[in-house]
Design a protein around this ligand. Structure first.
Ligand code: URA
Length: 433
C-alpha cells in the first residue's frame, strides 16, 4: 500500500477500506508516514468527507492506537458523559453524583481547561486536598464502593488522536464532521463505558456554530457508537451565553454544590436534569423520560445526590465539609461590579469572551504550563432576556488584582442589548439517539 495512492483515492471522493484506514492511522502513529502526507489526506477528508463505515473504521483504528480502559471489574451499569466544551460548564460535577445516587456507575476521566473553556479537573482542584491522580486499581475500587470517580487521565489513550488533532489545528482541518466525530468517539470508546451521553454545544460560543452542523455531528457520533455496540445519545444544547451564573473554578464548584442542593440557576439546573435523565434512559434504568426526571428530582430533594458528591470528595482526599463551608476553598481578595453602560434587555452574552475574561485574571491557562488561580472568576448577575437599567450590575469580577481592567472591558464588550424584550432560546435544542 502506498500513502500517496490513498490520498489520491480520497481526493477523488472514493471511500477508503478498513485496511487502508488502519494502514494510515498505524503509519502516522508510529511515524512511518510523515506529517505532510497526512496533512494532504486530512484536507482531502475535509472536502470529500467520510462515510459511516469509514468513520467507524477510523474511530476503531484511533482507539486501538493506545491504551483502552478496562472497566470489566466494575460491577453494574457503566455510563459516561462528555461535553464538547463550553463556558461555565460544570455539569459533570452535578450529573455524576445524581446518576451515581441512582445506582449507575460513572467512572470518568476528565481533562484540564485550556484557553477560554474550563476543565473539570481544575474545578475539582479548587477543593484543597482533592486528588485527581488515582491508580487504575483505586479508580475501580472507588467506583465499586461509591458509584463514581472523577479523575485525570494517566493512561496513554488514543495517541493517534493527539497527533492528528495537533496537525489539524495547524493545517486548517479541524472543521470536518467526520474528523471531529472520530476524534471524540475514539476517546469515548477507549474510556470503556457501555452507555454514553454526549452534550454537543451549539452557538456562537461553541465549536459548532449552527444547529444543522451540530445535528450532523451528533448523527455521526451516534452511528460510530452504535457500530461499536455502545448506546450513544447526543443532547444538543445552547451555548449562546455562558451556562449558569458562575465562571471560574471555585465559583463553579459552589454553583454545582448549590445545584445539588436544589438552588441552581434555571438554565444550568435544567441542563443537569436533562443530561441525567438521558443517562438513565440510555442505560435502560428507566423507560420513560418523565420517570427519569422525577427520579432526578427525588435525589436532589432528599439530599442523596449531594451526599454522593460529599463521598467522592472524601474518597479523593478533599475535605467533605466543603459542601457546607465554602470558605474551605481559598477566596479571592476583591469584588468589582461591572456596571451596565445602557438600559434595555440583554440579548446575547459572548461566552467565549467571558471565558477569556476569566482566563486573563488567572482563572484559566493560555499554555499547558500556566498556573491557575482557583479563587478568581466572574459571577453573571444578568443573563439573556433580563431587563437591565443603566448603571446596574451586569456581573461581578472576583479577583486578586491581575488584569482587572482588561477583564472589565471584555465583560462589557461581551454583553449585547436590545430595546425590545428578548425571547430566550431553550437550553436543550435537540436530542439525537
Ligand atoms: N473535540 C475533540 O476531542 N476533537 C475534535 O476534533 C473536536 C473537539
Amino acid at each position: 500500500m502506498r500513502t500517496v495512492d490513498l490520498i489520491i483515492k480520497k481526493r477523488m471522493g472514493q471511500a477508503l477500506s478498513k485496511e487502508e484506514i488502519n494502514f494510515l492511522i498505524e503509519g502516522y502513529t508510529n511515524d512511518s508516514i510523515p506529517d505532510y502526507q497526512i496533512s494532504a489526506l486530512l484536507m482531502a477528508i475535509c472536502f470529500q468527507g467520510l462515510n459511516a463505515d469509514e468513520q467507524a473504521h477510523m474511530a476503531e483504528a484511533m482507539l486501538k492506537s493506545g491504551d483502552q480502559i478496562d472497566l470489566s471489574k466494575i460491577n453494574g451499569v457503566k455510563a459516561d458523559k462528555h461535553s464538547t466544551g463550553g463556558v461555565g460548564d460544570k455539569t459533570t460535577l452535578v450529573v455524576a453524583p445524581i446518576v451515581a445516587s441512582l445506582g449507575i456507575k460513572l467512572a470518568k476521566m476528565s481533562g484540564r481547561g485550556l484557553g477560554h473553556t474550563g476543565g473539570t479537573l481544575d474545578k475539582l482542584e479548587s477543593i484543597p486536598g482533592f486528588r485527581i491522580e488515582v491508580s487504575q486499581e483505586d479508580f475501580v475500587k472507588q467506583v465499586n464502593d461509591i458509584g463514581l470517580a472523577l479523575i485525570g487521565q494517566s493512561a496513554n489513550i488514543t495517541p493517534a488522536d493527539k497527533k492528528l488533532y495537533a496537525l489539524r489545528d495547524v493545517t486548517g482541518t479541524v472543521e470536518s464532521i467526520g474528523l471531529i466525530a472520530t476524534s471524540i468517539m475514539s476517546k469515548k470508546l477507549a474510556s470503556g463505558a457501555d452507555h454514553i451521553v454526549l452534550d454537543v454545544k451549539v452557538g456562537r460560543g461553541a465549536f459548532m456554530k449552527d444547529l444543522e452542523n451540530a445535528q450532523a455531528l451528533a448523527k455521526a457520533m451516534v452511528s460510530i457508537g452504535t457500530s461499536h455496540k455502545r448506546d450513544t445519545v447526543c443532547v444538543l444544547t445552547s451555548m449562546e451565553q455562558p451556562l449558569g451564573n458562575a465562571v471560574g473554578n471555585r465559583l463553579e464548584v459552589i454553583e454545582a454544590i448549590e445545584t445539588l442542593k436544589g438552588n441552581g440557576p434555571a438554565d444550568f439546573n435544567e441542563l443537569c436534569r436533562e443530561l441525567s435523565a438521558e443517562i438513565l434512559l440510555v442505560s435502560k434504568v428507566v423507560k420513560e423520560k418523565e420517570e427519569a426526571l422525577s427520579l432526578v428530582d427525588k435525589v436532589i430533594k432528599d439530599g442523596s445526590a449531594l451526599e454522593k458528591f460529599r463521598q467522592m470528595v472524601q474518597y479523593q482526599g478533599g475535605n467533605p465539609d466543603v459542601v457546607r463551608n465554602y470558605s474551605l476553598m481559598k477566596e479571592a481578595k476583591e469584588k468589582i461590579d461591572v456596571k451596565s453602560p445602557t438600559s434595555g434587555y440583554v440579548s446575547h452574552i459572548d461566552a467565549q469572551a467571558i471565558g477569556e475574561a476569566s482566563m486573563i485574571i488567572g482563572g484559566g491557562r493560555l499554555t499547558k504550563a500556566d498556573q491557575i488561580d482557583h479563587s478568581v472568576g466572574i459571577l453573571l448577575n444578568k443573563k439573556v432576556g433580563d431587563r437591565v437599567m443603566e448603571g446596574e450590575t451586569l456581573a461581578t469580577i472576583i479577583t486578586n488584582g491581575k488584569n482587572t481592567e482588561e477583564c472589565y472591558q471584555k465583560i462589557i464588550n461581551a454583553y449585547e442589548f436590545s430595546k425590545d424584550e428578548v425571547k430566550v432560546s431553550p437550553i436543550v435544542l435537540d436530542i439525537i439517539k
